[in-house]
Design a protein around this ligand. Structure first.
Ligand SMILES: CC(=O)N[C@H]1[C@@H](OP(=O)(O)OP(=O)(O)OC[C@H]2O[C@@H](n3ccc(=O)[nH]c3=O)[C@H](O)[C@@H]2O)O[C@H](CO)[C@@H](O)[C@@H]1O[C@H](C)C(=O)N[C@@H](C)C(=O)N[C@H](CCC(=O)O)C(=O)O
Ligand SMILES: Nc1ncnc2c1ncn2[C@@H]1O[C@H](COP(=O)(O)OP(=O)(O)OP(=O)(O)O)[C@@H](O)[C@H]1O
Ligand SMILES: N[C@H](CCC[C@H](N)C(=O)O)C(=O)O
Ligand SMILES: [Mg+2]
Length: 486
């Protein structure tokens, strides 16, 4: 239970109607969860406007309502708090509700199109390797110290987010790493959080279904750096076109990392293999269990973030070799037939390019790459033909297949992808909607030394079809196929 007055203290308030001397027993922005004594926050959403549900919330026992516009009928039992932005207010309220857990942790946020999960997870892992208790909020899984909590968002809603941070504080965690998605920044899910640092990975095309333009997408990501406090660090990728723009207006201390030029944290690939990389970090050579230039970027960012957090350079460098890849990110499986299958979460054109370049660098121009890839339904359609074109340009053979079709017809998605292929590429392309069958076919075609890339679903253990998640796991499928070959 909390006093309404106390909850409202950090808010920018236009006006209050009614008493703020009340006890509040629950906080929610979902009218369906309202019970007696609740503070209901009416948030204009993407599909509906939460203001519509104010009457329902009142009927169910809400004693206070935070809104941008007053409802036409006011109840005398309810206190109305009018604010400029309910979404922003919800962030601050959720922080207050859980006693500002982000201020009791050293919280680092990671944003960018690709590499967020990898970077955030490795910062969390590094904290643990160095003997600290830590938490993680990521696309794959949330962790409070070593306890796993399932997640279905990259960045949860403000209530869940602060609840998780609160659990971390309760468990004695000192550090936390989290992904900041562009949706989350745009919808103010991170409002009110206190970060000790922010990391930018890169910006390429994704989520234009939601943000509409690349500029709006960039603005959403930049918002995160704009909110960092002056004592925080902001670490950006100097090699990315917009790396500098991200930090343009931040108050935080600015740092850079790069694989190409002089930077605060300078990475250089010394040797690249399918099972690892020898990376030089500010002149110190480190053996890594990660493959590809894109991972050299991630690990350079991780190194920078860890040093900026305040850990000793020598300790960080020593432990980097013990970091292991994140589930479904460049995960390799070796067949007795002599081919290697790589399951990777590449689901954007840029990620597809990077992963295929990483494989090509290692196996050389004469090696054979067979790529199995699809694209998600009800998501950015514009990326589909580009993903197919880039995959075809970097693979000897391409098998287009279904990803998570959601509410679209898989055939339509594959058709959109095929639009990106010219005649020559089409000749090397198969179209097998059934994902299991597509992977099987790739395994049949593969010979000694071939590499099969199974892209797009990584750690996902389901295929989402018309609102139902059916069990499906690329890693399980390839392991079964390989077991049959023995
Ligand atoms: C498009 C989008 O991002 N939607 C998110 C958004 O929901 P919304 O704005 O659509 O909510 P809404 O349904 O319009 O409802 C508006 C308000 O009315 C309330 N409501 C609604 C119905 C009702 O009966 N009563 C009621 O009070 C809702 O609780 C809400 O407060 O706010 C919700 C709460 O934070 C999110 O759960 C929801 O995520 C949806 C499920 C989603 O799929 N989001 C994806 C696209 C997403 O966020 N992805 C990113 C990562 C992407 C990536 O980089 O890979 C992520 O961070 O996970
Ligand atoms: N630094 C990087 N640059 C480009 N591509 C990358 C980078 N790191 C990872 N990738 C590719 O992107 C895929 C997703 O990586 P990761 O899960 O770390 O990113 P993410 O930003 O968390 O993605 P999401 O937004 O879906 O949560 C990987 O499987 C790999 O193919
Ligand atoms: N978090 C991302 C992941 C997409 C992964 C891909 N498998 C798909 O379903 O499109 C999204 O929701 O856009
Ligand atoms: Mg992620």
């Amino acid at each position: 239970m909390k006093k309404l007055q106390e909850l409202l203290s950090p808010l920018d308030i236009i006006k209050i109607i009614g008493s703020d001397d009340k006890n509040i027993t629950a906080l929610t922005s979902d009218s369906r969860k309202v019970e007696d004594g609740t503070l209901f926050v009416a948030v204009p959403g993407v599909s509906v406007d939460g203001h519509r549900f104010i009457p329902m919330a009142e009927e169910k026992g809400a004693v206070a309502v935070v809104c941008q516009e007053l409802p036409s009928e006011l109840s005398t039992h309810v206190t109305y708090i009018v604010v400029p932005s309910s979404a922003l207010a919800l962030g601050y309220l959720a922080s207050q509700w859980f006693d500002n857990p982000s201020r009791k942790l050293k919280l680092v946020g990671v944003t960018g199109t690709n590499g967020k999960t990898t970077t955030a997870t490795l910062i969390y892992e590094m904290a643990r390797l160095l003997g600290h208790k830590a938490g993680l909020l990521s696309t794959v899984c949330n962790y409070v110290d070593e306890k796993a909590y399932p997640t279905d968002h990259t960045t949860p809603d403000p209530y869940t987010l602060n609840e998780m941070l609160h659990l971390m504080v309760e468990a004695g965690c000192e550090y936390a790493a989290m992904e900041v998605s562009s949706h989350a920044a745009d919808q103010q899910r991170i409002a009110g959080l206190h970060f000790v640092g922010g990391v930018f990975t890169n910006l390429t095309r994704d989520h234009l279904d939601y943000h509409k333009t690349f500029e709006a997408y960039l603005a959403a990501k930049k918002k995160f750096f704009d909110m960092l406090p002056a004592e925080a660090f902001a670490l950006t990728n100097a090699d990315d076109k917009v790396g500098e723009v991200m930090l343009q207006n931040t108050r935080a201390h600015r740092y850079t990392y790069s694989l190409r030029s002089d930077a605060d944290f300078r990475g250089r690939i010394v040797e690249s293999r399918l099972d690892g990389t020898l990376l030089s970090l500010n002149g110190n050579e480190v053996e890594l269990l990660f493959t590809g230039k894109f991972n050299a970027y991630n690990l350079t960012a991780v190194y920078g973030a860890c040093v900026l957090i305040g850990w000793q350079k020598e300790d960080v460098l020593r432990e980097m070799s013990r970091l292991v890849p994140v589930a479904g990110r460049f995960q390799a499986f070796h067949s007795p037939k002599g081919y290697t299958a790589i399951v990777d979460y590449a689901h954007t054109p840029d990620a597809v390019v990077n992963v295929l370049n990483a494989i090509r660098e290692v196996i050389g121009k004469d090696g054979e790459i067979i790529t199995v890839v699809g694209a998600g339904g009800n998501r950015d359609k514009g990326k589909r033909p580009i993903m197919a074109r880039e995959a075809a340009a970097r693979s000897e053979r391409l098998i287009l297949t279904s990803d998570n079709p959601r509410f679209e017809e898989p055939e339509d998605i594959l058709h959109d992808m095929e639009e990106g292929l010219d005649e020559e590429a089409r000749k090397r392309t198969l179209h097998i909607t059934d994902r299991r069958q597509a992977i099987r076919t790739a395994a049949t075609l593969a010979g000694k030394g071939s590499v099969i890339l199974i892209a797009g679903k990584g750690h996902e253990d389901y295929q989402e079809i018309k609102g139902v998640k059916h069990h499906f796991d690329d890693r399980e499928v390839i392991m079964e196929i390989i077991a049959d070959e023995k």
